[in-house]
Write a protein that binds this ligand. Structure first.
Ligand code: GDD
Ligand code: MN
Length: 398
């Protein structure tokens, strides 16, 4: 979507027509959001430590509301390498979305992603690329959590605890894909351009490395330790809202395959027993007859399941029906499941001669699978002809 950018190329390389540096060079992609006090220092540090060891160009992808692009343009005059600013009119996907746009604009074999606030030392850029070349890896992560690394600049014990919990949760959810990555939250890494499959990425917020590791799946990954520095100026742009976005991002990544979605559906269904039983307890304690109490309490479980499924499993498949339409269909399927189970068990016992326990188990599994397939197909499957328009509309709305 190049038309949405304001693009400034501060310097065209002497070799001529294009901005593409020679092979073996690196494109440094820097996402920026209101970093006018930092970008000059960053370019200064890059100038001091990169071009003498490795030809480079720098691409800023900027969503600022301040004068960051102007400061970059001005500072770029002193840089012995090309500097480009892509200013986005709409900050789609936040930090991660910005990084992907920068990667698409890159022309060199290697891309290094780093923050614009000098927390990531540019002197490590040539080493990240050299390590990748030497080991043949597709992805080289600068890690705070291996020997020689540290998170010195992570301000406050609260941030440290949150970061550690997020790392633990993420590694637990993706044990295989993140094997060999001690710091999946790092915002500093080198990746081969050929390993970036931009069209399958759905970046959402800060954790772009996680997105790449899980969806682009570079074949080999290695790590280099680094010391996370203090911010040069200003404050972190991360907010509590960014934390919520991160959880949504995790849920989206984890439920990308139908099998994983079915497991999630089952786990959510199991969790629904809690409100169901609590409701039953409260209603019968209040003197309601157990049959209407069962029916009402079951609706509590259905509501609970619907809420979780909407937010964790089908978050981006909701636009084609109104919420009450989805809730109605979902509730109908859930209740049909209950109503169908008894005759199904009877059928299995009387017609097929099964005994009660295996018949019940088989009926439970059958109605569960039917309900999952039914929910996908009847509640959350975009209607014919709506896929494209829905997606474009969603993109515009972000
Ligand atoms: N284009 C763009 N759009 N850039 C953004 C946006 C955005 O919406 N939000 C933040 N940035 C830029 C900032 O301007 C900065 O250059 C960089 O992304 C990192 O943002 P910070 O706000 O400084 O992040 P942080 O220091 O809290 O977190 C960093 O370290 C974490 C490790 O603890 C990031 O690298 C995280 O990805 C990383 O997990
Ligand atoms: Mn920072």
């Amino acid at each position: 979507m190049t038309h949405e950018y304001t693009e400034y190329t501060a310097r065209v390389p002497e070799t001529g027509a294009t901005e593409i540096p020679e092979p073996g060079a690196v494109t440094i992609v820097v996402p920026t959001f209101n970093e006018s006090q930092n970008v000059r220092q960053l370019l200064h540090q890059i100038t001091a430590s990169v071009p003498a060891r490795l030809p480079c160009e720098v691409v800023f992808v900027d969503d600022s509301t301040d004068d960051t692009p102007d400061v970059i343009r001005d500072a770029a005059k002193d840089c012995p390498f090309p500097v480009t600013v892509l200013h986005r009119e709409q900050p789609v996907g936040g930090l991660g979305g910005a990084v992907v746009e920068g990667m698409k604009a890159a022309g060199s074999d290697w891309i290094v992603v780093m923050d614009g606030d000098c927390q990531h030392p540019p002197s490590l850029v040539p080493e990240l690329v050299a390590t990748g070349e030497r080991t043949g890896a597709g992805l080289v992560v600068a890690s705070r959590y291996i020997k020689g690394g540290s998170r010195a600049g992570l301000a406050g014990s609260y941030r440290v605890a949150v970061s550690r919990a997020a790392t633990w949760l993420t590694k637990a959810l993706f044990p295989r894909r993140l094997h060999g990555i001690s710091d999946p939250m790092s915002g500093f890494f080198a990746i081969r351009r050929s390993a970036v499959t931009a069209d399958v990425l759905k970046p959402l917020g800060y954790k772009i490395l996680l997105e790449l590791a899980v969806r682009s799946r570079p074949r080999t990954v290695t790590e280099v330790p680094f010391v996370f520095q203090d911010r040069y100026a200003g404050e972190s742009k991360s907010t509590a809202q960014e934390g919520v976005r991160f959880l949504r991002h995790l849920a989206g990544l984890r439920t990308a395959s139908p099998v994983a979605r079915m497991v999630g559906f089952g786990l959510i269904g199991l969790s629904g027993f809690v409100p169901n039983l609590l409701g039953l307890y409260a209603l019968t304690a209040a003197g309601v007859h157990y049959v209407p109490a069962e029916i009402l309490a079951n609706q509590l479980g259905v509501g609970w399941n619907f809420y979780l499924i909407e937010h964790l499993l089908f978050r981006d498949r909701r636009d084609h029906r109104r919420w009450w339409d989805r809730l109605g269909r979902f509730a109908l399927l859930a209740n049909a499941d209950l109503v169908l189970r008894i005759p199904l068990i009877a059928l299995l016992v009387h017609r097929f001669g099964m005994s009660a326990l295996p018949a019940t188990a088989l009926a439970l599994v059958t109605t569960f699978v039917l309900r999952f397939v039914g929910t996908e197909a009847l509640v959350y499957l975009p209607r014919r002809g709506m896929r494209g328009s829905r997606r474009t509309a969603a993109r515009r709305a972000v």
